[in-house]
Design a protein around this ligand. Structure first.
Ligand code: ZN
Length: 200
């Protein structure tokens, strides 16, 4: 079982956990118990097995070519990001994990727009909201440029007859959006935690 993945971001509990091969009573044979591993009998010798998340105990189906169902998330989302924004970002990650690249770009853009509103932006359009936050010093000019890339690709993804969104585009946009949220929420929260730890 050397090729088998042993750790994933669990699609159920969304934690970085390891998998144990499921075992249980085999209902259709004389064997009293068996590990849940199948050799499908093709020329490649494909093996499927059921992995049990060691944290939440829910099962995933794993192929030795690396496929896992349901698809695990690409990465966990930092707990310091406020809940509604985290939900948007997680939905973008779920879209990426099932190859829904346009959906990923739209949700990554939405996560960013939700954060702009959370940070006090009052205008209707994201472009104006970003300008508002840059003008009042909530985000830097660099961060605004960064955010505009997410906005462009998200806009293309949401409208017909626009540029398509490739896997690489979706990964880039998700990454940029998550980094944006890290600068806005996670970095200040870590600084605050460290300050209070040191009594500053
Ligand atoms: Zn789990």
């Amino acid at each position: 079982m050397t090729n088998f993945p042993i750790s994933i971001f669990c699609p159920f509990c969304q934690r970085h956990t390891s998998l144990t091969v499921a075992s249980g009573r085999c209902l259709r044979s004389d064997n009293d118990s068996a590990l849940a591993i199948w050799d499908v009998g093709d020329k490649r010798g494909t093996i499927w097995w059921i992995g049990i998340c060691n944290y939440c105990k829910k099962p995933v189906l794993v192929c030795d070519n690396g496929d896992i169902y349901p698809n695990p998330l690409p990465s966990p989302t930092d707990e310091r990001i406020p809940e509604p924004i985290k939900q948007d970002l997680n939905e973008a990650k779920i879209c990426l994990s099932v190859k829904a690249y346009r959906g990923c770009a739209v949700m990554a853009r939405r996560a960013m727009q939700t954060s702009c509103i959370d940070k006090g932006a009052t205008k209707d359009k994201l472009v104006d909201q970003l300008q508002e936050l840059a003008s009042n010093g909530t985000i830097t000019k660099d961060l605004k440029e960064w955010a505009n890339v997410v906005r462009w690709v998200g806009n293309d993804a949401a409208h017909p007859n626009k540029e398509n969104v490739s896997k690489e585009d979706a990964e880039d946009i998700l990454n940029l959006s998550e980094q944006f949220l890290h600068v806005i929420y996670v970095a200040p929260a870590i600084a605050k935690e460290q300050k209070s730890k040191r009594g500053k």
